[in-house]
Write a protein that binds this ligand. Structure first.
Ligand code: G3P
Ligand code: CA
Length: 288
């Protein structure tokens, strides 16, 4: 129909490195993002939260306990306090460890050589790195349900994007004809705020379970794309066609096993978010 999208050809599917190449390096570290660029991934995913003193940092959990040597809630700590702890390699609860032991982001000897390694990554540091790199990797930035800082997270995010030239007026920078940045969230309110402030910035509505229903029909979200979990897509494979017909892209997360990647590819999704970017690149016949 009018405005409908075709299924995406395998060569056009976007490879999105989830939290950097988080199967190989500690998630949300510059090392993990460097690996994504080295592989030639199309995009990197990053979760952002706001510290007590208003700085956006790349941290997934509400607390820093799992991913660092410290403890506490991100939004209740100042950046200086977060920086006192070192980032460590720990997989989310229930995720496959596959023989990898928890290890520090850097060996003790490397700490002096690179002061940034092992330190919590700020969003600005990531944006600085990505925009200064010759390899153009797109950014998929996820705002985590803001409570304490409701409203401030989106405003601060857009300010940072503008500072690094990724957003100008309401328009995102274009790389090879596609927007260099997009914002994802499970919170429709957060995405609505983004669209009010920057109408042309793509938004991805993440969905964990089934889409909300109004009487008999699922409510299709506003925005550019829907991000269903792999489990949701397995339950409702017809969702891809339905969303495409409505003009919405499909960005599925987190797809790590080759047979699940194959499944997503066969459905013609637009983007596959994975911890195992190297394996997905290989499956799609890309890279070296
Ligand atoms: O890319 C979307 C995915 O990251 C959402 O889940 O918990 O990993 O942020 P989570
Ligand atoms: Ca995420």
């Amino acid at each position: 129909g009018v405005g409908g999208l075709p299924p995406r050809a395998p060569s056009e599917i976007e490879v999105v490195a989830h939290r950097g190449v988080s199967a190989e390096a500690p998630e949300h570290t510059l090392t993990a993002y460097q690996q994504a660029l080295a592989l030639g991934a199309d995009a990197v995913e990053c979760d952002v939260r706001m510290t007590r003193d208003g700085v956006l940092v790349c941290v997934h959990d509400r607390r820093i306990n799992r991913t660092s040597t410290g403890r506490g809630v991100v939004s209740a700590l100042d950046l200086a306090e977060l920086e006192r702890h070192r980032v460590v390699h720990r997989r989310p609860r229930g995720a496959a460890i596959r023989g990898r032991r928890s290890r520090p982001a850097v060996e003790e000897d490397d700490v002096e050589a690179d002061e940034d390694a092992g330190r919590v990554l700020t969003l600005d540091r990531l944006l600085d790195y990505v925009t200064a790199s010759p390899g153009r990797v797109r950014l998929a930035i996820e705002t985590k349900h803001p409570t304490r800082h409701a409203g401030q997270v989106e405003a601060a995010l857009l300010t940072s994007l503008r500072r690094f030239g990724l957003l100008s007026g309401g328009r995102p920078l274009q790389w090879s004809g596609r927007p260099a940045v997009r914002v994802m969230s499970f919170s429709p309110t957060a995405l609505r705020r983004v669209r009010v402030l920057a109408p042309d910035l793509p938004t991805v509505h993440l969905v964990r379970q089934v889409l909300p229903r109004s009487r008999s029909r699922p409510v299709l979200p506003d925005g550019t794309a829907v991000g269903p979990s792999l489990a949701l897509l397995r339950q409702h494979p017809g969702l891809v066609t339905r969303l495409h017909r409505a003009g919405l892209q499909v960005h599925v997360w987190v797809v790590n096993r080759p047979r699940d990647m194959q499944f997503a590819v066969s459905l013609g999704v637009d983007a596959i978010i994975t911890d195992e970017a190297a394996s997905l690149m290989h499956l799609l016949g890309r890279g070296g």
